[in-house]
Design a protein around this ligand. Structure first.
Ligand SMILES: Nc1ncnc2c1ncn2[C@@H]1O[C@H](COP(=O)(O)OP(=O)(O)OP(=O)(O)O)[C@@H](O)[C@H]1O
Length: 369
């Protein structure tokens, strides 16, 4: 095939922006194509200067051009950055029709929103959020995670992607992605060791921005890692999301489940449905004697479920691989899907789908009935 402008553009249609999931041609990212004999000088305009995905683009463009146009000679690839106007045009394209989600209270009409809550910190709320999200994705349900635990954000590290999201314009934030799950976190916007010193109203505003302006695409579940406890920010978020369902994470310890009751009571007050309880660190299986050991006691989750009129959806063992997966950004459901803990997470995911199917499916079911 001759090295022509048309042939090059046709080949580049197959190169996708990995974050925006559209072709570089469709997004008008191909700024300049110059042909000298069989050699090509090509300039691609990135949405943000210094985009961390430069190397991916480079590989994809060269691979695609060489495959589609075997006669091509040298490929000199240059990168530029879009102007604000160009970025706004991309935002409009990606956003498509105005989103019906400008009102946070109506979000639940679009996605199944599940808030993951806990009475206190450190019981594994973020760990459960991440593993549940990836398990749902593996079961075939596209998922997004919104990290609303702004003071204690840990989702970017646990998901293994510390990149910043692309902000196309104020209404269009492209979430970060890994393990097939999209996510957004204040942690993606600041350095990990920068303390967050915003006050409550600013945090609430940021969550509202995340809820309304993130381009989630075709997700069916939006998991929200809530701040622990029943403080101001937790309450404001609860009020923003009347249609959300709440999953409470607790350890078997009586002290943990007693504080978790307050979280359940808050959810009920703002008319959120409590989906169930996940008992984390429920037991430890000794590799010497293979017996279950109840390090944090027994029965806390069961009694919490009884008091809140809900059920225990799953019991996750205390397992070194779970902690390691969180530290290195490879959740145990990806890294070791046959492990006891991963199987327990998949069990919770299946139960979640049974109790709270995706909105579209539930809608169809309602229509049939
Ligand atoms: N089942 C488990 N087995 C082993 N380690 C676990 C398990 N669940 C959580 N952990 C570890 O416990 C620590 C606390 O977990 P995590 O950060 O998920 O808690 P959290 O409730 O979200 O805390 P915070 O609200 O303070 O952010 C992490 O190091 C995590 O890897």
């Amino acid at each position: 095939m001759a090295v022509t402008h048309e042939a090059i553009m046709e080949a580049l249609k197959g190169v996708m922006d990995p974050e925006l999931r559209r072709s570089v041609v469709e997004l008008d990212m191909v700024k300049e194509v110059r042909i000298h004999g069989n050699d090509v000088d090509l300039t691609i305009n990135l949405t943000v200067p210094g985009c961390p995905l430069k190397a991916t683009f480079e590989r994809d463009v060269v691979e695609r051009l060489r495959r589609e146009i075997p006669d091509i000679g040298q490929i000199n690839l240059h990168f530029g950055a879009m102007t604000d106007e160009e970025r706004a045009a991309v935002a409009a394209k990606v956003r498509g029709a105005p989103m019906p989600t400008a009102n946070t209270a109506r979000l639940a009409e679009k996605y199944r929103i599940i808030g993951v809550a806990s009475g206190k910190g450190g019981v594994g709320k973020s760990t459960v959020t991440v593993n549940l999200a990836v398990a749902l994705e593996r079961l075939g349900y596209p998922v997004g995670i919104l990290d609303a635990d702004i003071y204690g954000f840990s989702i970017p590290r646990m998901m293994g992607n510390m990149n910043r999201p692309v902000v196309l314009d104020e209404q269009s934030i492209v979430p970060v992605e890994n393990h097939g799950v999209r996510f957004i976190s204040a942690g993606s916007l600041v350095d990990e060791d920068t303390p967050i010193i915003w006050r409550g109203p600013m945090l609430t505003k940021m969550i509202e921005q995340f809820l309304t302006n993130v381009l989630w695409g075709d997700i069916q579940y939006l998991l929200i890692d809530l701040p622990p406890g029943t403080g101001d920010v937790a309450l404001s978020i609860a009020q923003m999301l009347p249609g959300a369902q709440i999953l409470i994470v607790t350890t078997p310890q009586a002290a943990a489940s007693q504080v978790a009751i307050r979280v359940g009571a808050m959810a009920q007050k703002v008319n959120q449905r409590i989906l169930g309880i996940v008992e984390n660190m429920a037991y430890f299986v000794c590799d010497q004697c293979s017996k279950e050991h109840y390090i944090f006691g027994k029965g806390g989750a069961q009694s919490l479920a009884a008091q809140l009129g809900t059920e225990v959806l799953g019991r996750i063992p205390l397992q070194g691989e779970v902690r390691l997966g969180g530290d290195v950004g490879d959740p145990v459901v990806v890294e070791d899907p046959d492990s006891l803990a991963a199987r327990a997470f998949f069990e919770v995911a299946r139960r979640v789908v049974e109790l709270a199917p995706p909105v579209s499916v539930a809608g169809e079911a309602r229509r049939v009935v």
